[in-house]
Write a protein that binds this ligand. Structure first.
Ligand SMILES: Nc1ncnc2c1ncn2[C@@H]1O[C@H](COP(=O)(O)OP(=O)(O)OP(=O)(O)O)[C@@H](O)[C@H]1O
Ligand SMILES: [Mg+2]
Length: 255
């Protein structure tokens, strides 16, 4: 365990660099500062976990990193691009190329099949529907869901729905994957499967994976654990974790 320090190194492995991020909500007397100057690096090929009590600012921080919310002050570089300098369409395009999200409640569209759901980001990006569905099916297959491509979300288990959500988040091959509580609604076994997948995604594709979690079963999967409290980073733990090869067969194949 060590205290967090800002370094000046500009590593190609650096996916996200947040410097001095401040976020206020409200105006005048009701104004509250939710982020108090966050400095945070997220590296490629690693899983970074963001943990801390409810209300400490985790979702606010990742929403800013992903470009869903603007900071009141501070800078964010994502793969060397100053994300706060991007506006409107540029930001949407940058996000579409580089960032995937996974939310706690999957956010799948109930009337669409697994393959159609996973194809949504590609269809939005303008790919012909047939090609989008073909790539979505490939993405689902990677997550052990080739038998379920025609299923509606209501016909899938929670763990399967979350895997569809991960397949959707990765279908456009983003370099940064951000997940807010991806295992919160899952039982222990499904949660473990989802985390194994996310670890493979980070290690095999050299992606940066940033995960908000309350779930201490997830902690073993983090290369770094960033502890937040009251809108600040308290400490960062660097961990040695076992590679997938040394932890037995992947659970994915078993589903
Ligand atoms: N749009 C908003 N307007 C006003 N206050 C907000 C808004 N969004 C978040 N907050 C406040 O900011 C603080 C941090 O919220 P945030 O959702 O980032 O916490 P969190 O760490 O993700 O919590 P949890 O673990 O419960 O999801 C909370 O006090 C919340 O009430
Ligand atoms: Mg939250």
């Amino acid at each position: 365990m060590r205290n967090f320090q800002i370094t000046d190194e500009t590593s190609p492995q650096l996916a996200v660099a947040c410097r001095g991020l401040i976020r206020d909500f409200g105006d005048g007397e009701t104004q509250t500062r939710v982020l108090h100057g966050i400095d945070l690096d997220v590296r490629a090929g690693e899983i970074t976990l963001l943990v801390g009590p409810s209300g400490c600012g985790k979702t606010t921080l990742i929403s800013i990193i992903c470009g869903l919310l603007e900071p009141t002050a501070g800078d964010i570089e994502i793969f060397g691009v100053n994300r706060t300098s991007l506006t409107g369409r540029q930001l949407v395009e940058f996000r579409g190329r580089n960032i995937g999200f996974v939310f706690q409640q999957y956010n799948l569209i109930p009337s669409l099949t697994a393959a159609e759901n996973a194809a949504v980001p590609l269809i939005i990006a303008g790919l012909p529907r047939r090609e989008a569905i073909r790539r979505a099916e490939q993405s689902l297959a990677k997550f052990g869901l080739s038998q379920r491509i025609h299923a509606l979300p209501s016909q899938l288990s929670g763990g399967q729905q979350q895997r569809v959500a991960i397949a959707r988040a990765l279908v456009h091959e983003p370099r940064l994957l951000v997940c807010d509580e991806p295992t919160a609604a899952l039982d222990a076994h499904s949660g473990q499967t989802v985390m194994e997948l996310l670890r493979e995604v980070a290690l095999e594709s050299n992606r940066a994976v940033l995960i908000v979690t309350h779930d201490n079963r997830v902690f073993d999967f983090g290369h770094r654990i960033v502890h937040m409290a009251d809108g600040q980073i308290e400490k960062i733990e660097e961990r040695q974790i076992l590679s997938p090869a040394s932890t037995g067969p992947s659970l994915v194949a078993a589903h």
